[in-house]
Write a protein that binds this ligand. Structure first.
Ligand code: ADP
Ligand code: MG
Length: 363
């Protein structure tokens, strides 16, 4: 079977999970595939059901409706149940969960079954080499940094060569300096080993940099999935637009490829008709000193080092506020009145006005 016809490594079909006490619909009718070698990030606010979804894949929870398939084999469904230890899944938790009394090599060897002790330790040594921790094999967890401990946890999860690796907020206990470098190392290891992985995070930047594909969840439902660029640049809803960074939500009257807005006539990313809500990223707006555009008064200027973020008010309609992001050397100051124009497309959002009709996606 070639890669194109092989079943996805993970297939979730119409999964629903209700907790009984307290009664809570944690995951609702969720369908998602994860393909071989792919890294999918589940992104969403706290409480939206990310951990529950991972636990359903792992078999720590039973679905109320729907099915879980691993490499084409049903492991949970109306009439099927395969126990967690029979699913060949690796799990990395937020708090590493290493055994304090075992050294690194023995922590990694712990999850291995079968073969002789020497075989298991040889495999553990091989995986430690893979994650660049060979020199720490004899150390105990308390003798390692948080980032190193998390790589040991990763090695332990990878040692049995799982079908899929599930990671629940694995970097959130690391301080900011270690988080970025550990994330890059872990991503490189997953790619080098061709590991299929699902990572849970509530951090949009982490999802954008780590994922091959992002699945945005909201209140137990899948709101949008796609490549990081696609989800960021072409959000389907106001929720996705706002969760993946700052955005301007503009009302407009659409007529096909364009719409009339407070910013003037703008080009749309896809055709729409009637009353629409549009997402315009701050970096898609530009000041045009002495040029054409909507005159705005600059209310606030935030210097961020690599860029500048301005909050402005339309000089025509004081209810219209716009956030504009520029390069760090922009000379515009608080109190200036400058024309602003759209330097790209506006994205029509679904479900943001009752009357909106958004055309078929061309994104
Ligand atoms: P996330 O990982 O996205 O923060 P969770 O999957 O942990 O979200 O939780 C989703 C929702 O289900 C939350 O509202 C949470 O309070 C609730 N929940 C989680 N676990 C249980 C449980 N064992 N019993 C009842 N409710 C739960
Ligand atoms: Mg969680």
């Amino acid at each position: 079977m070639d890669a194109a016809s092989a079943p996805p490594v993970v297939a979730l079909e119409g999964l629903t999970k209700r907790y009984r006490s307290p009664l809570h619909l944690a995951v609702e009718d969720l369908t998602l595939d994860v393909r071989d070698g792919e890294i999918v990030c589940l992104l969403g606010p706290s409480g939206c059901g990310k951990t529950t979804l991972l636990r359903l894949i792992a078999g720590f929870e039973t679905p109320d409706e729907g099915r879980v398939l691993l490499a084409g084999r049903e492991v949970a469904g109306p009439t099927t149940w395969v126990a967690p230890d029979r699913r060949r899944i690796g799990f990395v938790f937020q708090d590493y969960a290493l055994f304090p009394h075992l050294n690194v090599l023995h922590n990694v060897a712990f999850g291995l079954r079968g073969g002789s002790r020497a075989d298991r330790e040889a495999r553990a040594a091989e995986v430690l080499d893979l994650v660049g921790l060979t020199i720490f094999a004899g150390r105990f967890p308390h003798q390692l940094s948080g980032g190193q401990q998390q790589r040991v946890a990763l090695a332990r999860a990878l040692a049995p060569a799982p079908t899929v690796l599930l990671m629940d907020e694995p970097f959130s206990n690391l301080d900011a300096a270690l988080r970025g470098s550990t994330r890059d190392e872990v991503r490189a290891i997953l790619k080098r080993t061709g590991t299929t992985a699902v990572l849970v995070t509530h951090d949009q930047e982490e999802a954008l940099t780590f994922a091959d594909r992002i699945a945005v969840m909201r209140s137990g439902r899948l709101e949008q999935e796609g490549a990081p660029e696609a989800v960021y640049l072409r959000p389907r809803t106001a929720f996705v637009a706002s969760f993946l960074g700052r955005t301007n939500l503009l009302r407009g009257e659409a007529f096909g490829a364009r719409a009339r807005t407070g910013l003037g006539d703008v080009v749309l990313s896809k055709p729409a008709k009637g009353q629409v809500m549009l997402s315009v990223r701050p970096e898609a707006l530009a000041f045009r000193p002495g040029g054409e555009g909507l005159p705005v008064t600059v209310l606030q200027r935030e210097f961020k080092g690599h860029d500048l973020t301005y909050t402005c008010q339309s000089a025509v309609d004081t209810a219209l506020r716009l956030v504009v992001q520029t390069t760090a050397d922009c000379p515009v100051r608080v109190g200036d009145v400058v024309p602003v124009a759209l330097d790209g497309v506006a994205v029509p959002l679904e479900g943001s006005t009752g009357r909106a009709t958004v055309g078929a996606s061309t994104a």
